[in-house]
Design a protein around this ligand. Structure first.
Ligand SMILES: Cc1cc2nc3c(=O)[nH]c(=O)nc-3n(C[C@H](O)[C@H](O)[C@H](O)COP(=O)(O)OP(=O)(O)OC[C@H]3O[C@@H](n4cnc5c(N)ncnc54)[C@H](O)[C@@H]3O)c2cc1C
Length: 448
């Protein structure tokens, strides 16, 4: 079969699928078919084949969402063969990427243009399309999440046609398609506003829990500030990163020290601590206190992506809520009191970050300066009670859940918490009227 620009006449590359499960082992599904299209026409053909067979179709990136947002019993599509730079321009900093591109490939891909992502979260395993579609973010009050840097997309909509959305074409759809939960179509290309490649000077050290009362001042004073609190302790680990030009010179952590911190302490030792805590929960407070003494007390300067991200080899489950920034201290005090009163033994730290307000309709930071509080549980520990109790606190403080992390909300609540929720639904009606991209998670979050 020949490949045509419209995808008509192209065979859908469907094959038998094995079971699928996500990174956090919190969700699984049995797709009827799997497809790994090699070009855009094949993506279109998959959508048309799904319609003909009456099957839903979902695209999966790295499967790093903790919710069932990517799960399907229909056709599971991955864009692993659609990776790389389509176009790039050093002067403007605009880069168009194939949508399946994994974040960890970007340092090498963007090096020829001297560019880098403006901000990053904790890891780099995600696909660029999956990350932006769930509102993936890092920290920094002057920076929005990844979706705020998307200046254009090309997507395959529910009838299999191609739609371009950018500052010149269909610009009114940008606030929807940059962060579309996979509900509006299959993104095949994304244009990103990058920054000139930069270094980060990182200062990481333990401080008293009371630092949380100065959270606004700390995030205002730094380019990128975050903290981790180990439950059952009165210490937090702070991370303060300052942006520097490349010619400021790297002073990286030595290879051995880096291995000790990132592989041994943050992964192997953490796995050991979590397993001991799982088998003997009463030891968890002592283990956590030990962790605050041996973890992260260092200062170094390195490439932005080296500082922002680190390997995460110990599996866990996560819930994260975005709160109005000034609600963060009160919510953290309540979280601490709740954990202390509960008798639970929580072996994973609580992570606290910040982001600028933005205009994307379903962004967790839509219209307000935001502080993010994330709670985690080791994969072998049941997160249900802890997350439910934490969620009650976050909701009472006006929280909105991360779309890729566990929560218990539905469309009725989102309609109240997102002023442009109705506009997003109207775009979905236009781009996917027959709900080709629907799954049970989206039905709960967005309605039928
Ligand atoms: C260890 C770990 C660390 C994390 N750290 C952070 C962090 O620091 N900050 C943060 O905000 N989040 C973080 N996350 C969450 C993660 O960034 C998001 O869940 C992200 O969506 C995962 O990207 P993915 O490629 O795995 O997407 P998936 O989980 O595979 O898919 C997510 C959604 O995107 C859709 N999608 C994927 N590709 C396309 C496409 N081409 N077109 C349309 N829709 C598409 C899927 O259908 C689904 O709806 C972390 C997750 C893990 C497991």
């Amino acid at each position: 079969m020949t490949t045509t620009a419209s995808g008509h006449g192209t065979r859908a590359p469907l094959r038998a699928a094995g079971p699928w499960r996500n990174w956090g082992r919190s969700e699984s599904s049995r797709p009827a078919f799997r497809a790994s299209p090699a070009n855009v026409a094949e993506v279109q053909a998959v959508v048309r084949a799904a319609r003909e067979r009456g099957l839903p179709v979902k695209t999966v990136g790295a499967g790093h969402s903790f919710t069932a947002i990517a799960a399907t019993d229909g056709i599971l599509v991955d864009l692993d063969r659609l990776q790389g730079v389509v176009t790039a321009d050093s002067a403007s900093g605009r880069v168009t990427l194939a949508a399946g591109t994994r974040l960890h490939r970007l340092p090498e891909l963007l090096a020829p243009w001297g560019l880098a992502l403006q901000n990053m979260g904790d890891i780099d395993r995600q696909s660029i399309a999956g990350a932006t579609s769930t509102g993936t973010h890092g920290t920094g009050l002057a920076f929005g999440g990844l979706a705020t840097t998307i200046t254009g997309v090309v997507l395959v909509t529910g009838d299999g046609s191609l739609l371009r959305v950018n500052e010149r074409e269909n610009a009114e759809l940008l606030p929807a398609v940059r962060l579309g939960l996979g509900a509006l179509g299959i993104l095949v290309e994304l244009e990103i506003q990058c920054a000139p490649a930069y270094l980060l000077h990182a200062v990481e050290h333990p401080e008293p829990f009371e630092v949380i009362d100065e959270f606004r001042a700390r995030v205002e004073a730094a380019d990128h500030f975050e903290l981790y609190w180990w439950p059952h302790t009165d210490r937090v680990m702070t991370k303060t990163n300052t942006r520097l030009p490349l010619d400021a010179g790297r002073q990286p952590v030595g290879a051995v020290a880096n291995w000790v911190e990132e592989q041994l302490m943050s992964n192997a030792a953490l796995a050991l601590m979590c397993n001991v805590g799982h088998l003997a929960p009463r030891l968890t407070p002592s283990i956590n206190r030990l962790a605050t003494r041996v973890y992260g007390d260092r200062e170094y300067t390195d490439h932005s992506y080296e500082v922002f991200t680190a390997p995460r080899n110990v599996r866990f489950r996560e819930m994260e809520y975005a709160l109005p920034l000034d609600e963060v201290p009160a919510a953290l005090h309540e979280l601490r009191a709740m954990i202390d009163a509960s008798g639970w033994r929580i072996s994973f730290p609580v992570e606290v970050r910040a982001a600028a307000p933005d205009e994307n309709w379903l962004s967790t930071a839509h219209g307000r300066e935001s502080g993010y509080i994330a709670v985690h549980r080791y994969v072998k520990d049941d997160p249900a009670e802890y997350f439910r109790a934490a969620e009650r606190i976050f909701l009472a403080h006006g929280g909105r859940p991360h779309w890729g992390k566990m929560h218990h909300l539905d469309a009725g609540v989102f309609a109240e918490r997102y002023p442009r929720f109705g506009d997003f639904l109207a775009v979905r009606d236009r781009l996917d009227p027959d709900r080709v991209f629907q799954n049970p998670y989206l039905e709960r979050a967005l309605g039928r």
